[in-house]
Design a protein around this ligand. Sequence first.
Ligand SMILES: Nc1ncnc2c1ncn2[C@@H]1O[C@H](COP(=O)(O)OP(=O)(O)O)[C@@H](O)[C@H]1O
Ligand SMILES: Nc1ccn([C@@H]2O[C@H](COP(=O)(O)OP(=O)(O)O)[C@@H](O)[C@H]2O)c(=O)n1
Length: 444
Amino acid sequence: MLGWRRHRFVLQLYFHIKSGLTNSRRMAGSSTDLKTQMFAVEPNSYSLSPFYFRTYNCGPQAPSMTPNDWPMLAQGRLSFSVCITKGHRVKTARLHKSLGQQLSQQLPGSEILRLISYRPNDLHGSLEKGFFIVPPLCCLDAQRRLCDILGEYRQDIQLCSYSEGEEPGIWQYLWEVNGEAKEVARSPVLRVDGPMSSPFVDSIKGSAVFYSLEDACSILKESSAFIPEAQKVLASVEQHRVLERGPSPIIVIEGLDATGKSTLTESLKTHLEAELLKSPPDSISHWRTIFDSEPSLIKRAYYAVGNYIGATEIAKKSKTSPVIVDRFWHSTAAYAIATEMGGGIHNLPDHHHDVYRWPEDLLRPDLVILLTVCDEERIRRIRKRGLQETKEEKELEANSMFRQKVEEVYKRMEDPSCVIIDASPSMEMVLQEALSVIKKKCDI
Ligand SMILES: Nc1ncnc2c1ncn2[C@@H]1O[C@H](COP(=O)(O)OP(=O)(O)O)[C@@H](O)[C@H]1O
Ligand SMILES: Nc1ccn([C@@H]2O[C@H](COP(=O)(O)OP(=O)(O)O)[C@@H](O)[C@H]2O)c(=O)n1
């Protein structure tokens, strides 16, 4: 137990290390050429920022790092990176998910951190996802255990270890995993400052948030070989031709689980004699559990496409009556961005970043209302309702920071942005407030 606490402390130290300490060494690293392979690791803690490192060729000016720069390697310790090498993106995403699950199950006590490797001049072309693994101090056979797990993935992974070398500095050792691990290359590594534009943000565009129907459909097409339901969802897109919308207002109600969306949408339906629709629509919502268990690439593509399928029905109904929609694009984007971006709120893309924009080809509602309630009240409502929660909703309940991140992303969404309503008062008061906002913003 003591060892584990100490290990966490060392790891925190590693993330917190002040740039002043390493400035002279980092200077050499900050002239990173754009073709260099960079590594970025996301800490598990919400208060910390990602750290970056790269390999370099030895030379007379080569700076040398010590465990003061990488304190997690103090006392002769080892850490590891495993990257899934680039390939068919759906297959790669599924491998990444199953490897992540195996690592957490079979290396108890290890820190399993998210890692990406990329070249700054070609982020999307070179991006590989993986894990940075820090075994506990007491685990002496970590490499052997890791190799046992990696055996079945050996064609698709790149395994590296990090430690102090015989020569000065911290070294990266590249291993070939084939029954047992064989060292095939080594190079010194250097911690560097993070780039201006976070590669984690850039990597979610097109892999967790899709800004066109075509992009999202292409993932489902590629998934069809593994998931028959993906083909059925695509067939549903084809049945739904995009229609011109009608003159009646389209109002979306958003918010975390149990903020009162269903309650409010039902009341609005009655008061406004409106049609009530939801996203994903009924025609594909019975496949949700299948897609929810897939990697985010596939799961988010399913929800994104669901919005487009739903949009056809919304457009059609708006010809004859107001339409109330229970969750739409903002939900799809907010949950995806909050899940994919590690760390706390400070790690989210800045306000006005283009990840918060509405897809050009998706029907735009006239008004989006975001319901908010404090954590305690929301959890009281979940317990009172007692319905089955999705895995993600359970995580939301357990993890207040994640909840805050989702809500913060909702608030940063633009064009249309959300009108926030405090949903803590009684149902009647929330309804009256919503009706007043609708009256002000929509022609009703
Ligand atoms: N304004 C409110 N005050 C108290 N309880 C509410 C209020 N609005 C909804 N509830 C209750 O909270 C629970 C969750 O509401 P629900 O409408 O199902 O939320 P959501 O659709 O956002 O998940 C339900 O049991 C509902 O009766
Ligand atoms: N338009 C939508 C709707 C839901 N979702 C996903 O579905 C989850 C919530 O759906 P839900 O049906 O459990 O929510 P409630 O309507 O129960 O509040 C979110 O966590 C999102 O991941 C989405 O991505 N896009």
